[in-house]
Design a protein around this ligand. Structure first.
Ligand code: COA
Ligand code: AMP
Length: 632
């Protein structure tokens, strides 16, 4: 079947399309229908079904005779460890962990926060929650205690599953003090914490609250899979929005099962039994969907990689893992390839490994620049597919569906909309833009199964963030265009979100932190173009009148404050003190103009600017930081 035929079939009858996809899932009670639209513009899929995520990701493969197949390959160059876990072993480990959680009172609907590095136990924790219908919320290890505290207060977990430490090249990340600090800061207190003690660091356990990972499971009765409703939340994943309060994206159980399973063959072109590797982190949506759920639901072997594209030990690590574990389909972020390319521009290390089993590479998380795609195509000799999606959608909005038809690649485009997504380019008034013209990217409602039905405890915010600007549509927050062949081009965010090394961050959240510094009267953070990380945050600080302290000292404190409050992942290292910020006469900070100056692009002087001279001061400050050139 061609892509055109498939997409047309979906458009002609979306419900029939998804009901057919749903046949690949093992239901306790089958859904009577696909779409539940009685609360439109809020939609649900397969709401009246009964099903279990863990059963579909683990047990059913054992029952189908694939128990000896490897489910998880753990490859950790930072600890020099390799381990394989079969589906049978995974079922037993997950059932035991789930049983121990249940014995301590964790039940269907209870929240469990998971704060763990890239170890198989992180996936086991996620699956154990699914087994008993608990709702997990995984928090990325690069976030600071304060960010963890915000999530604890929003999700109000009954327990937290954590590891003693994570390992970054050159340093051990002490998870336990971060966890303790977060619990102290948070108003909500979990009943208990379970700590996976790693060899690299044994953490102090707090008596009465903290339990040892293995000890607490000893003697527990293994838990069976608990059937849940199709619209039962499988997880909450917090993602950056405009403010410091992250958005709790939720995913419903049945939609996630159906949609993710569908993508494995149709987009990633792998068959059950083959090895699939997403080199991301369980703390991000890519990790949820493509390290944990999709490959396991589809019966693939997944790789849990604890390392970096470079430096662990070298820029050949990706190729070693691909050849050693016979990876068929590989998923990473463009920034990872840029890091590899910088160290090995001629692909010398690529040639040292047998990559003949690799069929395709997929890139997402940020705009894939043509140079990086061309470099990867040249050296790997397989299709390099850019695809576009978001935490909110959980799977690709636009892609080149290799399992259906390999469409011609157009550099700079993540190709075409996937079934489920009627993508439109709109002007400010919500009218469709002509072909080739830039506008806001919106998706006609309803969104497909597996996407966010709402935000955790924040329905009003869900509506105001995504549904109100363009009634009848989901607003993606991205701007872009479509060409005459229907290929999409994703150009920029329309909000205060920036993308640093494939990590989604909020400049608004950084501004909130900077504004809390006692000497800062006003501030702005923008994302400037960076050759390695795509974007980097740069801060501008206006100090309180009469502040006589040394500016460099204040900048250093501000950099440290963002690291302490948001975490190292914010990569906030550049800031300048300026007298004033450029604003419109109504007081809006002209961030977009500042970005253009930083990126050396020409710009039109905004007609509403309060005082144009300030832009010159900004240009001087940026030049001192090594950015920008003279405006036109
Ligand atoms: N736990 C604790 N700290 C973390 C962390 C984690 N899980 N992940 C990153 N950090 C820290 C890093 O150590 C670094 O700290 P530093 O300031 O002390 O050096 C900081 O956060 C910034 O990290 P990052 O922006 O990732 O930069 P880097 O220089 O460490 O690595 C790359 C650069 C390109 C190699 C790396 O960003 C990368 O592999 N990116 C791919 C991202 C990805 O897969 N994203 C998922 C979307 S698909
Ligand atoms: P996240 O929610 O962290 O996955 O980030 C989602 C955002 O990353 C999107 O809204 C885009 O701005 C950006 N993004 C993800 N994939 C792509 C892509 N293939 N091309 C351009 N931007 C992308």
């Amino acid at each position: 079947m061609s892509y055109q035929t498939l997409y047309a079939a979906w458009k002609a009858d979306p419900e029939a399309f998804w009901m057919q996809a749903a046949e690949a899932i093992d239901w306790v009670e089958k859904p009577t229908r696909a779409l539940f639209d009685d609360k439109a513009p809020l939609y649900e899929w397969f709401a009246d079904a009964k099903v279990n995520t863990c059963y579909n990701a683990v047990d059913r493969h054992v029952e189908a005779g694939r128990g000896d197949q490897t489910a998880i390959i753990y490859d950790s160059p930072v600890t020099h460890t390799k381990q394989e876990i079969t589906f049978s072993e995974l079922r037993d480990r997950v059932a035991q962990l789930a049983g121990a959680l249940r014995a301590r009172g964790v039940e269907k609907g209870d929240r469990v926060i998971i704060y763990m590095p890239m170890v198989p136990e992180a996936l086991e924790a996620m699956l154990a929650c699914g087994r008993i219908g608990a709702i997990h919320s995984v928090v990325f290890g690069g976030f600071a205690a304060n960010e963890l505290a915000v999530r604890i207060d929003d999700a109000t977990p009954k327990c937290i599953l954590a590891a003693s430490c994570g390992i970054e090249p050159g340093r051990v990340v002490h998870y336990k003090p971060l966890l303790d600090g977060a619990i102290e800061q948070a108003a909500h207190k979990p009943d208990f914490c379970v700590i996976l003690q790693r060899e690299q660091e044994v953490a102090d356990l707090e008596e009465g609250r903290d339990l040892d990972w293995h000890g607490f499971q000893f003697g527990a009765e293994p838990a069976e899979c608990v059937p849940v409703e199709g619209n039962h939340p499988s997880y909450i994943l917090y993602t950056s929005g405009t403010t410091g309060q992250p958005k709790g994206v939720i995913r419903h159980t049945a939609g996630q099962l159906v949609a993710l399973n569908w993508t494995m063959k149709n987009i990633y072109n792998v068959d059950p039994g083959e090895v699939f590797w997403a080199a991301s982190d369980v703390g991000w949506v890519v990790g949820h969907s493509y390290i944990c759920y999709a490959p396991l639901i589809h019966g693939n072997t997944t790789v849990v990689f604890e390392g970096k594209p470079v430096g662990t030990p070298d820029a050949g690590t990706f190729w070693r893992v691909i050849s050693e574990h016979k990876v068929r389909s590989f998923f990473t972020a463009p920034t990872a390839f840029r890091a590899v390319k910088r160290e090995d521009p001629d692909g010398t290390l690529v040639k040292q490994y047998d990559l003949s089993g690799l069929r395709a590479v997929f890139l997402a998380g940020e705009r894939a620049d043509p140079d990086t795609i061309t470099w990867a195509q040249t050296h790997l000799g397989v299709p390099v597919i850019d695809h576009w999606w978001q935490t909110e959608t959980g799977f690709a909005i636009a892609a080149n569906p290799l399992g259906v038809e390999e469409l011609p690649v157009k550099l700079g485009s993540p190709s075409v909309p996937m079934p489920g997504y009627d993508v439109q380019i709109l002007d400010e008034g919500g009218h469709p833009m002509p072909v080739g013209e830039l506008g806001a990217i919106a998706v006609k409602l309803p969104l497909p199964p597996g996407t966010l039905p709402t935000l955790w405890n924040a329905e009003a915010r869900f509506k105001s963030s995504y549904l109100e600007h363009f009634p009848g549509y989901y607003e993606t927050g991205d701007a872009g265009m479509v060409d005459a062949d229907g290929y999409l081009y994703i150009m920029a965010r329309t909000d205060d979100v920036i993308n640093v090394a494939g990590h989604r961050l909020s400049t608004g959240a950084m501004e909130e932190v900077l504004a809390s510094h006692p000497d800062v009267a006003e501030c702005a953070v923008i994302g400037v173009a960076d050759a390695l990380k795509g974007q980097l945050p740069v801060g501008f600080l206006c100090l309180n009148a009469g502040c006589a302290r040394e500016e460099a000292e204040i900048v250093r404190e501000c950099v440290a404050l963002v690291r302490e409050k948001i975490g190292p992942v914010a990569a906030f290292k550049l800031a300048a003190v300026v007298d004033r910020l450029p604003k419109t006469r109504s007081g809006k900070i002209l961030r977009a103009t500042m970005v253009k100056i930083a990126d050396g692009e020409s710009f039109k002087m905004p007609a509403t600017i309060d005082d144009p001279v300030i832009l010159e001061e900004i240009a001087v400050a940026l030049a001192r930081l090594g950015y920008g050139k003279k405006a036109s």
